[in-house]
Design a protein around this ligand. Structure first.
Ligand code: NCD
Ligand code: ZN
Length: 345
């Protein structure tokens, strides 16, 4: 048996949903992760400090949340007030603000269309050191879906950062070589999260030999060269990259549909998948930086004091294929190969 002991990881991009889904999925993250940046794209979204405070209480009340720290975010709308954001940050409640271009992904209808309208909030965030987490895809229907991340960097992100040079920015779930390069060259005020699934799948997994809706997420997985660039970035040890699983549960009927929802539910297997990828890249010694150190470093927090041990067994670990929830079954991400890693309990 091979084993690896690292600081307890955090998840810097997570969807826990609400209600019966929240009750079912929280434990799946809390088992392995100490803290998580909680995405605010509920219906209706988490917009104000009061919304975030109430949502945080619901998360803490969920089964399995006892040793789990949700780091709340606010959903940036064109009506968001700088004072409300600053107050929620000052009380230690809110750790980032999330920018969804309107219409870019699941529940993003309240997102931003006119960036001039959010400029006062961005200026205040830069002053107080509150990071902006960015869903980096343009929503212009004339732009090919596989190009939307790269085009977003040129048309939206780079101008936004030039206008707000001291704003701390996280490029959420980068999926392209362009995204990884831009993050790496952006200096200490810029970083990128990478999901476990984007280190494993490319677009063939979604589309070749039949359409596989459980691999569909946004940003959509790109061609293999991009996956390889992401593996290189994640395993490089560079402080610019850290784990954000983007674990995003949807019940099976909403995924297996004529118009299926975007999102991969990876929480139960995220660390096992990462250990596999890092081992294959000969970079197990850099897994701790990616999963446990670079994230807190960017967010100005101490890494977790507690440690976990990942163990590799000769026999595959039988992870469940589905999680039953009060809303219906949710398919767990299947990497397409046997997983041999588990967190020792
Ligand atoms: C996320 C969701 O389902 O909320 N879906 C996804 O494909 N990643 C939204 C998001 O992070 O884009
Ligand atoms: Zn997400």
């Amino acid at each position: 048996m091979t084993s690896l002991t690292i600081r307890r990881p955090d998840d810097w991009h997570l969807h826990l949903r609400d209600g019966a889904m929240l009750e079912a999925v929280t434990a799946e993250s809390a088992r392995d992760f100490a803290r998580a940046i909680i995405m605010p794209n509920l219906v209706p979204p988490v917009v104000t400090g009061a919304d975030a405070r109430a949502y945080r209480q619901r998360i803490l009340a969920a089964p399995g949340a006892a040793n789990f720290t949700p780091l709340m975010t606010l959903y940036l709308t064109e009506a968001t007030g700088a004072d409300d954001v600053a107050a929620a940050h000052a009380e230690g409640l809110v750790h980032a603000v999330k920018l969804y271009p309107a219409g870019a992904t699941t529940n993003s209808a309240s997102g931003v269309r006119d960036f001039d309208k959010v400029q006062p909030v961005l200026e205040r965030m830069a002053e107080i050191g509150l990071p902006l987490c960015v869903h980096g895809e343009v929503t212009d229907h004339s732009v090919d879906i596989f190009d939307r991340e790269a085009v977003f960097i040129d048309r939206v992100l780079d101008p936004l950062r030039r206008r707000n040079p001291t704003l701390r920015v996280v490029m959420e779930h980068v999926t392209t070589a362009e995204g990884a390069t831009y993050a790496r060259e952006g200096g200490e005020g810029l970083a990128a999260t990478i999901t476990a699934h984007h280190l494993i799948i490319n677009r063939n997994h979604i589309l070749a030999g039949g359409i596989r809706p459980h691999y569909y997420c946004l940003p959509v997985a790109k061609r293999e060269t991009h996956r390889l660039a992401l593996v290189e970035a994640a395993t490089s040890g560079s402080r610019s990259f850290f784990l954000g699983t983007d674990s995003a549960p949807h019940v099976d009927p909403l995924k297996e549909a004529a118009c299926g929802c975007a999102g991969c539910f990876t929480a139960p297997v995220a660390l096992a998948c990462l250990a596999h990828v890092f081992e294959e890249a000969g970079a197990l010694d850099r897994l701790e930086a990616f999963a446990s150190l670079n994230g807190p470093d960017f967010y100005g927090m101490a890494p977790n004091a507690e440690q976990i041990t990942l163990e590799k067994s000769a026999a595959p670990v039988p992870y469940p294929a589905k999680l039953e929830t009060g809303e219906g079954p949710v398919t767990v991400f299947d990497p397409g190969f046997p997983l041999h890693w588990r967190v020792a309990r």
